[in-house]
Design a binder for this molecule. Structure first.
Ligand SMILES: CC/C=C\C/C=C\C/C=C\CCCC(=O)SCCNC(=O)CCNC(=O)[C@H](O)C(C)(C)COP(=O)(O)OP(=O)(O)OC[C@H]1O[C@@H](n2cnc3c(N)ncnc32)[C@H](O)[C@@H]1OP(=O)(O)O
Ligand SMILES: Cc1cc2nc3c(=O)[nH]c(=O)nc-3n(C[C@H](O)[C@H](O)[C@H](O)COP(=O)(O)OP(=O)(O)OC[C@H]3O[C@@H](n4cnc5c(N)ncnc54)[C@H](O)[C@@H]3O)c2cc1C
Length: 618
């Protein structure tokens, strides 16, 4: 299509086939970025032009039948042969077969493979390798490779997720992606080799300024083994906006439909009101609208943070890696949980028509919900964030200053809420900070008591993991609330806009407290009277938001062709669109379906079955 800007290309694809996960999705989302971020300049010079011009079409092949979460447990091996200067890729067991990678079964001719690196008889953990799996001439599968699709899935029907295994496949040494390196302090005269290793490398390798397996098989480890996980952090950082987009689109559809749909007399003989006027419909939809705005802001923040931190990493400064990992992992989990659950509520709020593909909602749901699993299963990601929060807690207890959004950890928990009838944004943030700080401390105390009771570290971890999960979820929730409040208070919006958006932000905060009341009240932080303030404020905010509800979803500005929905059309012509959709159904192209003659007619009119048999033979 000749569009070079990746964002524009994304919007083009969204318009052309919204929520139809592209068979090139992984090529764009992971294969190209992995070459960009994990390959040396020499490797980029060789592969990028081919990949950018669709000669190399690839995917990211990491997950195996037996392992997805535990990367260090992957079984595919890449063993270096110094005699031939090659890696031998092998799938030694059934469970080592790659399984799930998108665009793998039939589309890709290359893939980046995550395999356990072995050299000089030692294992060095998971590393990435560029592997050609199909001929560039006729797309036939290359020797030593078995590849195919994994079959029907819950959704993602347009993506040929596949399986892949190797039978002692040899690839050149140069196909190991060797970017990051252990750059120890090296004498000035070596400045030209400032990226190179602790050991001198042959001149011809000057360009390979990264960690590598030298020709004799010597392995030089990177500055941080987790640099190899960089592509996943990138996708996690972009999934947040992805999830926000799906939830926002579902809100557009369900709120527009709720403004069109009328149902049930408001009073005997009265007219049927718009279902959007039912308080219960507002209770289910307006907080989701607020969540969509909140997640969109969170998505922007985390992706910008990724860009900033990745920039530092590429200059050798890895200081912010842990914080970025904790933020991206937690928000990826939090956003996909919220969006998936919210899209389902939007569907249910549309009654029977919500269950039709004509609503556009099933397609959005099956496109967003796998985000709870891929790129790091959500619970595991939350626990990664919890791991970081525990470290922050112990640093806070030692009196160390904490960075950014974790400064609330270790705060004095004896205070009470400042909440009044007004429900000030500052009191909302304080409530979320208190809840998160208390849950972080409770998880840390639980860990400590288990260890003091004789449990080993890993036993204490597992024995505290529910509380660790709660703490991580509360941390992410606080992030979203505070980020939303900061955006409202910082934005130079017009007074009308800020009034409306302040109500939306307030609703996000108030609703989140009322839906998690136990965590906010467990230590008496809120009084019963203050909870009453919140309940009354929520109902008042529904009334406040109602007149602007349709404008608030129109503001997302998704064209009808992206929504793909008879219910969410901008012109509101829902019923005509549903009828036209039904009429266009393939089964309606004939008045009597062919199966009548073969299956029904013999039951209804057995005496004329022979005619039916004649017809069935046609
Ligand atoms: C937006 C999308 C648009 C379109 C979509 C189109 C296509 C997309 C569709 C599908 C894409 C999906 C692709 C995939 O699913 S690819 C496969 C994804 N798989 C995973 O994400 C696996 C998840 N597992 C892991 O990441 C790791 O196994 C782990 C859970 C993080 C554990 O790693 P491990 O090596 O065992 O580390 P630990 O021992 O737990 O921790 C050690 C230490 O390392 C720190 N750490 C871990 N990961 C990172 C990281 N990424 N960056 C920085 N630091 C990291 C961790 O915090 C810990 O630090 P300590 O200081 O606490 O020791
Ligand atoms: C639509 C889709 C597209 C995908 N695309 C790709 C792709 O392109 N490339 C690729 O490599 N992979 C891909 N995957 C695979 C995906 O990355 C994995 O499924 C994901 O990482 C989860 O790993 P798993 O399937 O092994 O789940 P498991 O880790 O087996 O999870 C199963 C359960 O075990 C729990 N669990 C696991 N470990 C822990 C732990 N340490 N602590 C607590 N609980 C735990 C989890 O919380 C979960 O409830 C895709 C998956 C899907 C669904």
């Amino acid at each position: 299509m000749g569009i070079t800007d990746m964002q524009e290309a994304f919007y083009y694809r969204e318009c052309a086939a919204a929520h139809e996960n592209s068979p090139l999705g992984l090529h764009y989302a992971m294969f190209l970025p992995t070459i960009n971020k994990q390959a040396t300049p020499e490797q980029k010079k060789k592969w990028l032009p081919l990949a950018e011009n669709y000669k190399m079409i690839g995917t990211y092949a990491q997950t195996e039948l037996g392992h997805g979460t535990f990367i260090r447990g992957l079984e595919t091996t890449a063993t270096y042969d110094p005699k031939t200067k090659e890696f031998i890729l092998d799938s030694p067991t059934l469970t080592s077969k790659k399984y799930w990678p998108g665009c793998l079964g039939k589309t890709s001719n290359h893939c980046v493979v995550m395999a356990q690196l072995y050299t000089q008889g030692k294992s060095h953990g998971p590393h990435m390798f560029m592997v050609q799996i199909r001929s560039m001439e006729d797309h036939s599968v290359l020797p030593g490779i078995e590849v195919g699709v994994i079959g029907n899935k819950f959704g993602y029907g347009t993506n040929d997720n596949g399986f892949l295994s190797f039978d002692k496949l040899r690839i050149p040494r140069e196909n190991m992606l060797m970017r990051y390196s252990q750059v120890g302090r090296i004498p000035r005269e070596n400045m030209l080799m400032r990226y190179s290793q602790v050991s001198r490398i042959p001149r011809e390798n000057m360009l390979m300024r990264y960690s590598q397996v030298h020709e004799d098989g010597t392995y030089v480890k990177p500055q941080n083994a987790k640099l190899a996980y960089g592509s996943m952090v990138l996708i996690r950082s972009s999934i947040v906006s992805d999830a926000a987009r799906g939830l926002a689109q579902a809100c557009v559809i369900s709120i527009r439909y709720s403004a069109v749909r009328r149902q049930t007399e408001a009073y005997p003989g009265g007219e049927e009101p718009q279902i959007l006027d039912y308080q219960t419909q507002q209770y289910r939809l307006f907080p989701l609208l607020a969540s969509a705005y909140s997640l969109q802001l969170a998505g922007k923040y985390v992706f910008n943070t990724y860009l900033e931190v990745n920039d530092q990493i590429e200059k050798g400064n890895l200081e912010s890696m842990p914080e970025l990992h904790a933020l991206s992992a937690g928000l990826k989990a939090f956003s996909t949980y919220e969006a998936s659950a919210g899209i389902e509520v939007c569907r249910i709020c549309c009654g029977g028509h919500g269950y039709s593909q004509a609503s556009g909602l099933p397609k959005i749901y099956v496109d967003v919900v796998p985000g709870c699993t891929y790129e790091g299963e959500n619970t595991v990601m939350m626990l990664q964030t919890a791991r970081y929060l525990m470290k922050c807690y112990s640093r806070a207890k030692q009196g160390q200053k904490l960075p950014g959004f974790v400064q609330y950890i270790g705060q004095n928990l004896n205070k009470k809420s400042c909440m009044s009838e007004e429900v000030a944004l500052g009191c909302l943030v304080m409530a979320y900070e208190h809840r998160a700080a208390r849950l972080v401390e409770a998880a840390a105390m639980r860990m400590q008591s288990l260890i003091q009771g004789g449990k080993k570290q890993h036993e204490a971890w597992n024995g505290s993991s529910v509380q660790l999960f709660w703490a991580a979820k509360a941390h992410c929730h606080l992030f979203c609330v505070k980020n939303f409040v900061d955006a409202i208070q910082a934005k130079s919006l017009s007074s009308k806009t800020v009034t409306v958006m302040k109500s939306v932000c307030q609703l996000y905060g108030v609703h989140g407290i009322l839906e998690n009341l136990g965590e906010f009240m467990q230590d008496g932080f809120f009084s019963g009277e203050q909870v009453g303030y919140l309940q009354r404020k929520m109902l008042a905010l529904f009334e406040n938001i109602r007149p602007n509800a349709v404008a608030l979803v129109d503001a997302f500005d998704y064209p009808d062709m992206v929504l793909g929905s008879c219910l969410g059309r901008y012109d509101g012509q829902v019923y005509q669109a549903l009828y036209d959709y039904a009429k266009s159904a393939p089964m309606n192209q004939t008045e009597i379906h062919s199966t009548y003659y073969k299956h029904l007619k013999p039951l209804i009119n057995p005496e004329t079955t022979s005619d039916a048999m004649q017809f069935a033979k046609l």
